[in-house]
Design a protein around this ligand. Structure first.
Ligand SMILES: O=P(O)(O)OC[C@H]1O[C@H](O)[C@H](O)[C@@H](O)[C@@H]1O
Length: 551
């Protein structure tokens, strides 16, 4: 990432000496923050005017390419001076230095005294990796173990106690031990083997597990118990029930070994709970749960799509890492996502962020992103403990865009909230359905039409003229016009994947990881702890004791 000054500097090559403390700034005290506030207070032309003028420089500045992904941010409510001030904010907040600290394995998760080295899970082929050869070797060894096991399940070589090949893998886990692999398994369903069904059960509500298990044969079912901590009560209960279900089918505990896999950062606890170390895959405390899909937590995904496709997912993420670390700031796609988001959140004061995916197979993307963004950056204090004077994370919501258009999009067009939108689309689809190309074009055109409608809107005079052209008399046109007027000026990003394959999905996920990192770096907050969630976990123990129920 090169600064936009005369001395370009990639993001990975911070001039800060190794180990120098980073961050600790108050974003609202930075000169660029003042400048952005002044710009936000200056009346700005509506997006419809900006888009009507062919401003080639603005248009070029707000388009980005990275790892095969394209971002068109020309519908954001920014001009070149605002964009320059946002880039200055990234410089003044030393996003580059903070990115270096993360890669060097510093304890950037300071409240838990840990590193946050999820990029190492996909970057172990780099001999000069700043996190060191020992970490790369551990990542590689464990990946080879769990991918080989996934291939054995997939090919039918992994047998249950009675010698049957596995037909169904049931993932038991919640939060980061569910959302990432579940999202990716659905997104890459086109690659899934028909030989093994992969199901995800995140919810200890008895119905959910019952509904999953009732048609399954225990003798060809493999449970994958995923839990970084191996203490999450929801997951422990589901694992207990799975064991009972196996036992009820005649598989006593000593016959359950090949029907149970554990994935955890606490193999000692898994062993104490009776899991066979040969069927236990590990990751490390420097991988946050919501960043863990790249580790052995991806085991069920690897069963579904195969080891080669899983490696492609890692390669896509790695390509985005390389872009993020080495592209100059003004061309840096994840940094752009972050800066535009900070502009919308803190200066245009939009409290929420809609993510609209235009691909049914991405239907679990928003819940995955909600955890990634809101568990990371839903914070109220700066790193020095003082209360934030800035907005921090927006509420992320959304889902399948085409369905939203026929439901809640009305509020976007005419409600009282201004909701920035990330539209996520797919360039090329190759489904073998008759008329598939027409289906795909309709989906893509809808995305474009919505982005355009939200940006441009239609003012009252245009609406009256339109109604008159439709043959209404002047009085009726006058009465109806306010109801059929659309303020527009809704900012959006268009993020295009070349196709929905593992490489592009990996790049998309890593782009959002880095975006979230940059936001936290600018807001000067800790992105890798989640003490709010911990409070709920602690109180659960108290409530369960008071209730007389087993904790
Ligand atoms: O993987 P586990 O240790 O079972 O934790 C599962 C989930 O627990 C909590 O909700 C945390 O906030 C999440 O980040 C984590 O992913």
């Amino acid at each position: 990432m090169h600064a936009s000054t005369s001395s370009p500097r990639p993001l990975a090559d911070s001039a800060d000496p190794a180990g120098a403390p980073v961050g600790g700034h108050r974003p609202a005290c930075l000169p660029a923050w003042d400048r952005l506030q002044a710009l936000a207070a200056t009346p700005q032309p509506p997006l419809r005017d900006r888009l009507a003028t062919a401003d080639a420089a603005r248009s070029a500045a707000l388009r980005f390419d990275a790892a095969g992904l394209r971002l068109d941010a020309t519908r954001q409510a920014v001009d070149l001076p605002i964009w320059q001030a946002l880039l200055a904010l990234a410089r003044e907040a030393d996003v580059a230095g903070q990115a270096d600290a993360l890669r060097r394995g510093e304890a950037v998760n300071a409240t838990e005294g840990r590193a946050a080295l999820h990029p190492a899970l996909r970057g172990d082929d780099d001999p000069a990796a700043p996190w060191g050869a020992a970490i790369s070797a551990a990542v590689r060894d464990e990946r080879e173990r769990f991918l080989a096991a996934a291939e054995r399940v997939r090919s039918g070589a992994w047998r249950g106690h009675r010698g049957l090949p596995i037909r169904t893998v049931v993932n038991l886990g919640i939060g980061g031990s569910d959302l990432g692999p579940r999202m990716a398994t659905t997104a890459l369903a086109a690659l899934a083997t028909p030989a093994v069904a992969v199901r995800y059960v995140p919810n200890p509500d008895a119905w959910t597990l019952h509904d999953t298990l009732r048609d399954l044969n225990p003798h060809d079912t493999l449970f994958v118990v995923q839990s970084k901590s191996f203490t999450t009560p929801e997951t422990r209960l589901m694992a207990d029930t799975a064991r009972r279900w196996l036992a009820d089918a005649g598989l006593e505990p000593d016959a359950q070994g090949t029907h149970l896999v554990a994935v955890t950062a606490r193999p000692d606890l898994a062993r104490a709970q009776g899991f066979d170390p040969a069927h236990t895959f590990v990751f490390w405390d420097w991988v946050g749960g919501r960043y863990s899909v790249w580790s052995a937590i991806g085991f069920p995904l690897a069963v579904a799509i195969g080891a080669a496709a899983f490696r492609q997912l890692l390669a896509g993420a790695r390509a985005m890492d390389e872009h993020f670390w080495h592209a100059p700031p003004e061309r840096n796609l994840p940094l752009a996502l972050a800066l535009l988001s900070v502009w919308n959140r803190d200066f245009l004061r939009c409290p929420t962020q809609l993510v609209a995916v235009y691909a049914e197979r991405l239907r679990h993307f928003v819940p995955y992103l909600q955890q990634l963004a809101m568990e990371s950056n839903g914070k109220r204090v700066h790193r020095d403990g003082t209360v934030c004077a800035v907005g921090t994370e927006a509420i992320v919501w959304g889902g399948i865009g085409l369905e939203g258009q026929h439901a809640y999009f009305q509020l976007l067009h005419q409600g009282r909230h201004r909701v920035p939108v990330d539209f996520i689309g797919i360039d090329t689809e190759d489904t073998p359905l008759p008329l598939a190309e027409r289906h795909h074009r309709l989906v893509r055109d809808n995305l474009l039409a919505q982005a355009q409608a939200l940006a441009l809107g239609r003012d009252e005079a245009q609406t009256r003229a339109q109604l008159r052209a439709e043959g209404l008399d002047a009085a009726t046109a006058q009465t109806l016009a306010p109801h059929r007027t659309f303020p527009g000026n809704v900012p959006s990003n268009l993020l295009w994947l070349p196709r929905l394959d593992p490489h592009a999905l990996g790049a998309l996920m890593a782009a959002y990881e880095h975006k979230i990192f940059c936001e936290a770096a600018i807001w000067d907050i800790h992105a890798y702890d989640q003490w709010g969630v911990e409070l709920g976990k602690t109180l659960l123990r108290t409530v369960a004791r008071d209730d007389g129920a087993p904790g």
